[in-house]
Write a protein that binds this ligand. Structure first.
Ligand SMILES: Cc1cc2nc3c(=O)[nH]c(=O)nc-3n(C[C@H](O)[C@H](O)[C@H](O)COP(=O)(O)O)c2cc1C
Length: 359
């Protein structure tokens, strides 16, 4: 797949097309194949798009490792999101291996000390799942949705795909539940908006212009939250004026009320191994949603602020367990202003994006 149109080498559009794609050409030999699995892993969602991972490639083995130089101490003081992100990357890697005829064996022995996930491979017959095919199309869509219900068969499969032995999910579609969840999101958001360390850290990861995205190749592109692109210096200057508690809370109100539902991921224990497992479960959910043509976005404010998280746990009735992630979802969004409303990667003529006839 490739973007149509003029030569985009070195541009934002060119980078998008080069990044968000399936493998092309021959990649059947050992090290090339393993490097390609790593490329698929790096297409995973990750907190603040810090890409907090490193990979060690050895014959028949890939080790996924944390990059603590990219941790976010304000929003993620215990590295929960960092290890969830490693789980998302591992899930992509495992799906890519399966599609190319290798079954993955995952070992967490190095998790406690080094935070490492070791993945060894065994030959099997290749099988391309819909989840694998969805990898380059998956994205977080921070838009208002269209409020339409998701069919119950799809909900049932999403629920089944998003859980495992040690990770449970709860799916909410009732308006009263969404209103209650919104209250926790607003409480979390208000706490974060009044936390200077949180704002400083967030601002540091926001990229306001395409050229800054191309230069850094990480962080949160302002357009992916529906905001205009600006020269980076101007964006940083205006950020404090435009990014206010009330405006953000209103936005979350509209976003949650226009969603078909919210899914909460809850692990049985609060440790690194379970956080990785949450990431793998969430990533399967995200890929299955993408395969169905659904969109989704995080509303984690309610799980990031400890006092609000405790209140949310009571509401979910999960006792001492930790609610790990909160994600809203819906059918394809109505598209008030194309790219900005849909995604960082929704470029008008790009064959990579999903069917634009819904716009
Ligand atoms: C553990 C985790 C936590 C996240 N928390 C949030 C969040 O609170 N708000 C949000 O808008 N996006 C959140 N995201 C989404 C990331 O910002 C997103 O994955 C990243 O910017 C890359 O964009 P993409 O998923 O569209 O490829 C989270 C992702 C992960 C894996």
């Amino acid at each position: 797949m490739a973007c149509s149109g003029p030569d985009t080498e070195g541009t934002y559009e060119g980078l998008v097309a080069k990044t968000w794609r399936h493998s092309t050409g021959s990649i059947d030999s050992g090290p090339t194949l393993l490097r390609e699995f790593v490329r698929y892993a790096t297409l995973a969602p990750n907190s603040h798009n810090t890409q907090p991972w490193r990979f060690r490639i050895e014959p028949n083995r890939i080790t996924v490792m944390p990059d603590f130089s990219r941790r976010c101490p304000a929003v993620d003081p215990d590295d929960h999101h960092l290890f969830v992100s490693l789980g998302c990357a591992s899930e992509n890697l495992i799906r890519a291996a399966k599609a190319h005829g290798l079954r993955a064996h995952v070992s967490m022995e190095g998790m406690k000390e080094e935070g490492e996930i070791q993945i060894d491979f065994e030959p099997v017959s290749p099988s391309e799942s819909p989840l694998f095919r969805a990898i380059p199309r998956r994205q977080c869509t921070r838009a208002e949705y269209d409020g339409r219900a998701v069919p119950s068969e799809q909900l049932a499969l999403l629920e089944a795909t998003g859980q495992s032995e040690s990770v449970a999910v709860q799916v909410f579609t009732d308006k009263r539940d969404l209103d209650r969840i919104l209250e926790y999101v607003v409480a979390g958001n208000s706490a974060q908006m009044n936390d200077e360390a949180f704002i400083t850290e967030l601002k540091d990861w926001v990229r306001f212009s395409e050229s800054t995205v191309v230069r850094h190749r990480d962080g949160l592109f302002s357009a992916s939250s529906g905001n205009p692109t600006l020269p980076n210096w101007l964006g940083k200057f205006l950020f404090d004026f435009a990014f206010t508690e009330d405006a953000e809370n209103d936005k979350y109100g509209r976003q949650i009320r226009s969603s078909a539902g919210v899914i909460a991921f809850v692990s049985e224990r609060d440790d690194r191994e379970r956080w990785v497992e949450v990431g793998r479960c969430y990533q399967r959910f995200a890929l299955q949603a993408t395969a169905f043509g659904l969109c989704h976005a995080h509303i984690n404010q309610a799980v990031e602020v400890p006092e609000v998280r405790a209140q949310l746990s009571d509401y979910l009735g999960i006792g001492h367990r930790r609610p790990d992630l909160l994600v809203r979802f819906a059918t394809v969004p109505s598209c008030p202003n194309r790219c900005a409303a849909r995604s960082i990667r929704c470029l008008p003529d790009c064959a990579l994006v999903r069917d634009t006839s819904a716009c």
